[in-house]
Every structure is written in structure tokens, then in C-alpha cells.
Design a protein around this ligand. Structure first.
Ligand code: ADE
Length: 320
């Protein structure tokens, strides 16, 4: 409740390097919403050395958020201050002074989440005429139609996305940061089709999504999780590599949901028995071999993100 948030706000020491005045923000619209969090599109006046207005994304809490959610947002703020890489979402500032909501101001990615971009790209082939289209089971209720129309996604785009994400993850593992929720929904696509890894740290409920299985300790993205994370809550860069393998599968299927038809309750047992997703249609045997290497039961046998980045760089070279 507000009293608790205000108490907390007063405990916050504003970081002068990042503090940004709320009255220099013009909130325009909601980009996404979860149980306790909200992402807004806004324009910020004179932010991060840019004179005039810059379109930004603002992460904030909903009115009924609790202390835990505020702590998660503040943890994300602390992490974002420490990172700088072209494939990792950039912090531009924050508004944390008492008397208003806490805002994390981050760079705006004009195409939205990579998952929604991939799914929108499926509809390019046929003309988009929603009024004549019967509701399909494949329609995505959380899709944001305000983002620019995606263009056709080519096999080269897929390799480029995989290469960029492995580069960003290689950087994060170098600075000893474990993402814990790497998935296409948590990668944003900025202009120039630049992938930006986002939502690392603890904030996991910004988007309502079936991908998160309800548990006492919040929602858990079971189908992206390594077996050792499921059984022993072990999270390392090697468990991020497992999730990255699932992300490659999402890329080649243009944003399909992994393990279709498999109940999350059965997944751990199946994986322990050696069950893995089969090679999707239009996935080269080479690319399938890469995703399978990410799904080695022994974490030490999985590749490093730097190995993956080199592999994709070579595959991109071979594809021209
Ligand atoms: N949705 C969530 N975060 C976003 C961002 N930074 N840019 C655009 N859309 C977003």
C-alpha cells in the first residue's frame, strides 16, 4: 500500500548520476502490464546527454504492488546501472525521489519483444485483414499491435538474432550476471533489428503469460529452465545456456511455444529420461545440433556463450 511505498521511498538515497526529474517525462501509453508491474511509453526531455525529447520506456509498479515488487524493481535498477553492451537494454535514468512513483527509464525498442515480432512476421505473407479472419487458436492476446509492422524474417535474420543474443549473454556472463529468465519474450528488438536482452534480475511478471507456471514463490518459466534449476534451484551461466537453446527453438519456429502439448508437471521427468524437442521444420541440422548442445544434461558439457557467438558468426559468414 502507499504508506509502505512511501516509507520505502524515503529510505531511498537518490543516485545523482541517474536521477531524472519526473516533470521532464510525458507519459504516452501503456506498452505492457503484469500482475504488479507496468511498462509505459514516454517522452523524456533532455535525457542521457540528448537535448530535446527522446522516446523511452518507463518501468513502474501498479498501485497494488507490495514491498517485494518494489525491491525487485530496485534490484533491477542496481543491475542495469552496472551493464553496458549494445545487445543489453540500456538504462537512461530513474525517478526515485519521494512524492511520486518509482520510474526506471530505459531505452525504447521500437519493435517490442522479439517473440511478438516473430509472431507478427508470420502474418506478412498473406495480407492482414483482421475483419475477415476467423479467430484462430494461434492468435496472441498479448500481442501489441502498436509496434511497427514486422517484415519477413529470413534465415539470415534468425542467425543474426542468435548471434546478437549470444554476444549480449557472453558479456553478461563475463560480468558474472546470471539472467535466469532468458526467453524470446525477454529480448527486445530495437531499430536496425538490434536485439536487446532485458528483464534480467528478478522482475519476471511484467507480462501475463502462460509461460510462467504458478508456484508459491511466484511464477516459474518451467519450459525454459535447465533440469538443475528445476530440481535444485541452481542458476548459472550454464543454465542460461540451456534457456538459450530453447530461445533458438523459438527463433526457428517464429515464436512458437516450446514442448507443445507437454504438461509442465511432466517435463522434469521427461528431460531426465533424455527426452528433447525434435528438430523443427526449416531448421538446418547444423542449427539443431547447436540447440541440442545447449540441452546437455551435464551443465559443464554445454557450450559457453562465447563459443556460441563464434559458431553463429561462422554460420552467418557461410550463409552469404
Ligand atoms: N516493452 C517492454 N519494454 C520495452 C521497451 N524498452 N521498449 C519497447 N517496448 C517495450
Amino acid at each position: 500500500d502507499m504508506i509502505m511505498l512511501n516509507n520505502h521511498e524515503s529510505k531511498l538515497a537518490a543516485d545523482p548520476k541517474w536521477e531524472f526529474p519526473r516533470n521532464q517525462l510525458i507519459i504516452e501509453q501503456t506498452l505492457g502490464e503484469g500482475e504488479f508491474g507496468r511498462v509505459l511509453r514516454a517522452r523524456a526531455k533532455d535525457i542521457a546527454g540528448q537535448s530535446g525529447y527522446t522516446t523511452v520506456a518507463v518501468k513502474t509498479l501498479k498501485e497494488d504492488a507490495r514491498e517485494g515488487e518494489l525491491n525487485d524493481l530496485l534490484s533491477e535498477y542496481e543491475l542495469l546501472k552496472e551493464v553496458s553492451h549494445p545487445n543489453v537494454i540500456r538504462l537512461l535514468g530513474a525517478s526515485t525521489t519521494p512524492g511520486g512513483p518509482v520510474y526506471l527509464i530505459i531505452e525504447f525498442a521500437q519493435y517490442g519483444s522479439l517473440r511478438s515480432y516473430l509472431r507478427r512476421s508470420r502474418q506478412i505473407k498473406t495480407e492482414c485483414r483482421p475483419q475477415f479472419t476467423a479467430p484462430s487458436e494461434d492468435c496472441d492476446p498479448h500481442q501489441n499491435y502498436d509496434h511497427p509492422t514486422a517484415s519477413q524474417v529470413t534465415p539470415k535474420d534468425i542467425l543474426s538474432f542468435a548471434w546478437q543474443i549470444s554476444n549480449g549473454m557472453s558479456y553478461l556472463s563475463d560480468v558474472k550476471l546470471v539472467h535466469r529468465d532468458l526467453a524470446a519474450r525477454n529480448v527486445l528488438l530495437a531499430s536496425g533489428k538490434i536485439c536487446k536482452i532485458s528483464d534480467f534480475g528478478l522482475t519476471r511478471d511484467i507480462y501475463e503469460d502462460d509461460a510462467y507456471f504458478k508456484r508459491s514463490k511466484g511464477r516459474v518459466p518451467v519450459k525454459w529452465m535447465a533440469p538443475e534449476s528445476l530440481s535444485d534451484h541452481i542458476y548459472t551461466s550454464k543454465s542460461d545456456v540451456w534457456s538459450f537453446g530453447i530461445l533458438i527453438w523459438e527463433l526457428v519456429t517464429l515464436g512458437a511455444s516450446p514442448y507443445p502439448g507437454v504438461p509442465v508437471q511432466n517435463l522434469f521427468h521427461l528431460l531426465r529420461q533424455g527426452y528433447r524437442m525434435e528438430r523443427p521444420e526449416n531448421c538446418s541440422p547444423v542449427l539443431y545440433k547447436v540447440m541440442r548442445s545447449c540441452w546437455h544434461i551435464d551443465p559443464t558439457e554445454r557450450p559457453e556463450f562465447s563459443d556460441l557467438a563464434s559458431k553463429f558468426e561462422k554460420m552467418l559468414g557461410d550463409s552469404v
